[in-house]
Design a protein around this ligand. Sequence first.
Ligand SMILES: C=CC1=C(C)c2cc3[nH]c(cc4nc(cc5[nH]c(cc1n2)c(C)c5CCC(=O)O)C(CCC(=O)O)=C4C)c(C)c3C=C
Ligand SMILES: [Fe+2]
Ligand SMILES: [Fe+2]
Length: 353
Amino acid sequence: MARKIAIVLFNLGGPDDQKSVRPFLRNLFRDPAIIYAPAPVREMLAWLISTTRAPRVVKDYAKMGGGSPIVPETEKQARALESAIGECTDDVEARCFLAMRYWKPFVRDAVAEVKAWGADEVVLLPLYPQFSTTTTGSSLKAWRDAGGGEARTVCCFPTQPDFVAAHARLIREAWRQAGAPENVRVLHSAHGLPEITIKRGDPYQWQVERTVAAVTAALPEISDHLTCYQSKVGPLEWIKPATEDAVAEAAKDGKHIILSPIAFVSEHIETLIELDEEYAELAAERGAAGYTRVPALGADGQFIDALADLTIGALDGPLGLKPPEGEIFCPAEFGRCPCREAAAGEAGDQAAE
Ligand SMILES: C=CC1=C(C)c2cc3[nH]c(cc4nc(cc5[nH]c(cc1n2)c(C)c5CCC(=O)O)C(CCC(=O)O)=C4C)c(C)c3C=C
Ligand SMILES: [Fe+2]
Ligand SMILES: [Fe+2]
């Protein structure tokens, strides 16, 4: 009988209609991985921020048909990944389950569905290429808290070769479709984080830089690249440069901007509204020579191959968390990356043998 492999795809989730915008935001701001404050203060802040932010954000979701496309987009990735695994392995029945952190289908729903299906093996595959305590860390904790149990776990994949090649190809295609302008600057835009999160040892920014270095190396025909960070929320200092400032600066320098979402793997509010509307308008206002947005990876075949490779690699490995690509470890200052914990665990096991 074929081995039943459950692949759990984690992402942030998004409201599916107008009335779920506020509770979705409330779930997000209640997360201790997002707001570092004692529970009563956090609960109060979550209520306050979601109540005041929702009316503005509802309008943005309305432009996308009322809700976020993140679940339908992840469903497409899930079906494509099931086919890809089926093509490269015998005796395996692979099924993907969606586990969204702040809206339906929730992580606890995925735990129940995986159990009901009767999986022989479970692979946890966060759809966040770069590890952050605010995303992957929070999702894996939610999995444990919901009684998901130990499973083969992909930590992150910032330099997975097919992932990097897919990004480079989509950037090259976008540039050529824009007429291959010479005065081009590629802005690799990642979701930002508060500086305090990085100071506490979050490896996200370091990993984003590794992704951009690898993608840049695969694009020798374009020499001008910049990494920047978008979607700032709240009063804290966030990591810089802000994408907004990078767009304005590139426009001032007379550049054609190619904007690539380097840390998102599907289209959602922050690509369709922030990149396609807000920054496109800013670029036009400031007189940029052009503005071309590279699509998110979505169900791109080469990206799906990357996910299949990560899944098969995880199945070949031990239970628990597998360091990214087996060997890349974040520097010691980023102690909150679980790849360091996994490495420390293995070293301990070897010493005990
Ligand atoms: C303090 C707040 C936030 C941090 C830190 C943060 C990190 C972070 N988020 C993503 C990916 C996504 N975020 C999305 C929406 C979203 N994120 C925040 C706040 C923080 N994110 C908010 C308030 C929202 C909702 C929209 C809004 O009010 O502006 C989404 C998309 C959801 C959708 O509905 O389409 C994604 C995906 C990453 C990768 C990340 C850190 C690495
Ligand atoms: Fe976010
Ligand atoms: Fe790491």
